[in-house]
Design a protein around this ligand. Sequence first.
Ligand code: UDP
Length: 463
Amino acid sequence: MEETDEQTEVQDPRLRRRLVLIPCPLQGHMTPMLQLATLLYSKGFSITIAHTHIIFPNQSNYPHFSFQSIISGGKPPSDVKTFIFYINNNCADPLKECLLSLLSKSDKQDYEPVVCIISDAMMYFAKDVADSLKLPRMVLRTSSAISYDAFTYVLQLNQQGCFPIQESRLEERFPDIPPLKFKDLPTMKTSDGSSLYEFLLKMLLTTKASSGLIWNTFQDLEKLALTSITNDVHIPLFAIGPLHKTVTTISSTTSLLPQDSTCISWLDKQSPNSVIYVSYGSIVGMDQTEFVEIAWGLANCGHPFLWVIRPNSVANCSQWEKLLPDGFHEIVRGKCCIVQWAPQQDVLAHHAVGGFWTHSGWNSTLESICEGVPMLCRPCFGDQAVNARFVSEEWRVGLNLENGLEREEIVRFIRKLMEGKEREEMMVRVKDLKEKAKNCINQGGSSLESLQSLINYILSFNK
Ligand code: UDP
């Protein structure tokens, strides 16, 4: 896909349209929304980002966008699930005010008309606001298409009185979506699953009631799931991913934390394909026992490792160094690099990186596939177990560390990922997917064609 910061289409300001984009204030959601915004801007649309005060991008990285705050004041809950409810309960009125103000400006000739809003699927409060103003609303899904199918299944099971799943059925495969197992369904650890149910129901109903769905995925990866969703929702679907490969924005502009690039100079000194990169994304943490087992597993695996340890990501411990015995640091000296936050896309693209131990967030999964790096999956919550199951058993470009997290088991899995025949086979498959990801955004590729359809669709809104 043409890489440019300049607007390439719809140059005449009288023909320009404004889009209001509403990201969810979490890293893994904000990044694809900003990438989509950049892409649509390059195609001639004017962009307003309606954001919360809680987590928001550095506006100086996006001088061509306008930014509107849709919530201020108040300390948000720190637990991510309660946080999402808090956002949805508090943002509707401010969003309506913001849109009313933009719409009244549009009446003047010099301001582009707002033709559509695009909200993250988790920002379901946007539906009622858009409906009340008679504005078309599209939804960006920042996760895999297969996880949408799995979430829909939760609702069906709940209606049949079968959710949460009985302990004895957790290892069973889904009849309709092999290779998924029941244990891969998301849980929110409430005793009756009610808050999860309420959340999924709202998200899926408002998604289905939108004017169209935009996906950060591509046909060659998720064709079956995309087809099954098309049959279910009866609204247009636009699979235009992988978004991070379609825009020139460097990853540091979408990153909400400062990236420590010293790890790149460390990688420069390592042999090709020798390093295992370990990161659990922006939310997942670990308890102290897990942390110590991971540390020893990495120290004993025989491969150099680059480990992202976010501040406060080890439960009840502000200084993780103190959890490791003195001898540990001697053992790993020269063989490891630890940072608080890495430039992940550059890390994965580095020739020294041979494997990625990931929590299986969707962005991380796509980024790994696009660089041809096989994965060791250790999913934690939400869509991650679904992604991990597909990585390990459908696309077969990784391993699923789904049972114990003891140091010996970790060593065994890392060696399997980094050495031997199974690795070679995974490499062949992941390189094939990498190639497909590259082709789909080039001339004649499915994502590029979907993008053009999306642009035409949006342009049809204000006829
Ligand atoms: N990321 C990063 N540096 C890190 C770890 C993660 O830039 O040290 C980025 C990563 O490239 C990805 C995002 O953070 O784009 C994480 O998104 P994902 O969907 O994988 O997981 P989440 O954080 O939503 O759980």
